[in-house]
Design a protein around this ligand. Structure first.
Ligand SMILES: [Zn+2]
Ligand SMILES: [Zn+2]
Length: 98
């Protein structure tokens, strides 16, 4: 499922625009917005793809830590979960010990 950041409507992974408001989900899904924030945050050194235990094999293969440049976009392409991709982003933070 892709959640629209503008209207909170959930559209299937196969849709590229929100079914409710028409927003471009490659830019305005909650995951896309979160990824832009993580990439813009200088304290975030890398991004982990966090995968649920119930996720499909394709997604479990994608689990891991990626550089900001190489992080795959969510939903994972080829995901076969019947409810849609359930993966999420988790930031790897630059630990600062003052
Ligand atoms: Zn929308
Ligand atoms: Zn999947």
């Amino acid at each position: 499922m892709q959640t629209c950041s503008k209207c909170n409507y959930q559209s299937p992974d196969s849709e590229s625009n929100c079914l409710n408001c028409g927003a471009d989900l490659s830019e305005y899904s909650k995951h896309a917005v979160q990824l832009q924030e993580l990439k813009a945050n200088p304290r975030v050194t890398a991004i982990r793809i966090s995968v649920a235990k119930t996720a499909c094999l394709t997604c479990r293969d994608m689990e891991g830590v990626y550089s900001k440049e190489n992080v795959p976009t969510l939903p994972i392409e080829g995901c076969s979960n019947s409810y849609g991709c359930v993966c999420s982003y988790a930031p790897i933070l630059d630990e600062v010990y003052p």
